[in-house]
Write a protein that binds this ligand. Structure first.
Ligand code: HAM
Length: 435
């Protein structure tokens, strides 16, 4: 029978098993970002809607149809954040980060919301981790950002299953010229375009190049190439990005039709594509957004960033057969029978937990056999068992749940024996301050 209440369409619970993957990814991201000098930022889950319309572009899919909109009681229009870059740039300006030594390097790990048609790998609430470098135009930074993304993919064991697609969309001026060329190329050929592309033609012609419809792809392959209008500075920037990537040993595929779906980009754009079938094949993407800080009211400030979808990464990690270490595994199950045993068991549970050992104790009145059965179902590594005889003799039975063997030990030695097996993982107060 299905439950009376179900989660809304396109959103889902992150169940304990998936949290193993989430924690694993977050740990790698935190480690790699910190190592490269990034500091963590969290922007609110919702912003004034202008933050997104202004930055992502009025005619992008996200702004046109994918934002979750709300109105405050005073009539202010708000939106749940569909992506992270706009909020980070808003925060950079609001908190005077332009006065800090540049570039400012920030990372985030957060839920985002897009009202799109749900399918595998595409949800209405999903998680992204991302990083932004604001205040540096050098192409070496582009290569470093791409390298960091690649390195995280490698740590996750999926770098060789992903292909890095790389392109440049040049400066704002050359892009404007290119858009005009595209409009003249497509004019008169509208009948061969899909409905979406017909609408995009005058609003956002670059998007016609990365449409997935077959007829649109054929036309895109015949469309004028960006090369023809790109200025020399943009060409040089792109050439250097590629040289640096070669130096860093990051393999890439040049893809002249890659344009990305957000208006704020300029110059370098990139995505990591999975080789497996299916439309939702980008695990992450990013690029330069040299005009955005100014667009949002700041001084002209170059910037570049990247974001990846955590749910999509988890799918690929699972497909690759990678299982993160299960830190939730029950290490010790304490079984006891009778009130005197229970009284001795409670402080023992705490003493074991203090040593950082994952310990579970039965509190019901089930037989010892039933309790050991429960330990087995929980996949506990060891059971410590205390019945009436053991209480009287101040002993315990230590059962190795994997081997099925057991021995009697002194109650007073129980904690030391477990520490011998699992190590002393007492939390270091100082480490609590580490994220
Ligand atoms: P994006 O390509 O829109 O870029 O999203 C980045 C990643 O988020 C995608 O590659 C995908 O893995 C994941 N993603 C996006 N939408 C969904 C969805 N509906 N369900 C599941 N996963 C999804 C950005 O968001 C830019 N802010 C990246 C960036 C940062 N550019 C510069 N800095």
């Amino acid at each position: 029978m299905s439950a009376k209440f179900q989660s809304p369409k396109g959103v889902h619970d992150v169940l304990p098993d998936d949290h193993l993957f989430f924690s694993y990814i977050k740990k790698i991201v935190r480690h790699r970002c910190r190592q490269s000098g990034f500091r963590r930022i969290t922007t609110p889950l919702f912003e004034n809607v202008d933050v997104f319309t202004r930055s992502l572009g009025e005619s992008t899919d996200i702004v046109e149809k994918e934002m979750f909109l709300m109105e405050s009681k005073s009539g202010k229009k708000l939106a749940l954040k569909p992506e992270g870059t706009a909020g980070v740039v808003r925060a950079y300006l609001q908190h005077g980060m332009a006065q800090l030594p540049q570039p400012v390097e920030l990372y985030y790990i957060e839920p985002h919301f897009r009202y799109n048609r749900p399918q595998k790998g595409r949800y209405r609430q999903f998680h992204q981790f991302g990083f932004e470098v604001i205040g540096e135009a050098d192409p070496a930074i582009d290569a470093q950002v791409i390298f960091l993304a690649h390195q995280i993919n490698a740590d996750l064991g999926i770098a060789d299953k992903l292909s890095l697609q790389l392109n440049t969309i040049g400066s704002l001026e050359s892009r404007q010229k290119y858009k005009e060329d595209l409009v003249s190329f497509y004019t008169g050929k509208e009948r061969s375009l899909c409905e979406d592309c017909k609408k995009r033609l005058h609003k956002n012609p670059l998007r016609l190049l990365d449409c997935k419809e077959e007829d649109c792809q054929i036309l895109a392959s015949m469309a004028p190439k960006f090369d023809s209008v790109m200025d020399d500075a943009s060409k040089e920037h792109y050439a250097l990005v590629k040289e640096y990537l070669d130096e860093l040993g990051v393999p890439y595929t040049e893809n002249p039709t890659l344009v990305r779906g957000l208006d704020y980009y300029s110059h370098t754009v990139f995505e990591f594509w999975s080789q497996s079938e299916g439309a939702q094949n980008a695990t992450g993407g990013g690029g330069r957004y040299d005009g955005l800080v100014e667009e949002m009211g700041g001084q002209p400030t170059p910037a570049i960033g990247y974001a990846a979808g955590i749910e999509r990464l988890i799918d690929y990690i699972k497909e690759a057969g990678i299982r993160p270490p299960n830190k939730d595994r029950v290490q010790v199950f304490v079984a006891q029978l009778g009130l005197p045993a229970k009284k001795k068991a409670l402080p023992l549970l705490n003493a074991l937990r203090e040593k950082g050992i994952n310990t579970v104790g039965a509190v019901g009145k089930d037989s010892l056999k039933a309790q050991v059965g429960l330990a087995d179902k929980m996949n506990a590594r060891y059971a410590l068992i205390m019945g009436q005889i053991e209480v009287k003799e101040n002993t315990m039975i230590l059962r190795d749940m994997e081997r099925g063997s057991q021995e009697t030990i002194s109650f007073d030695d129980a904690v030391d024996r477990m520490v011998e097996l699992f190590g002393d993982n007492t939390i270091d107060e100082n480490k609590l301050w580490e994220e």
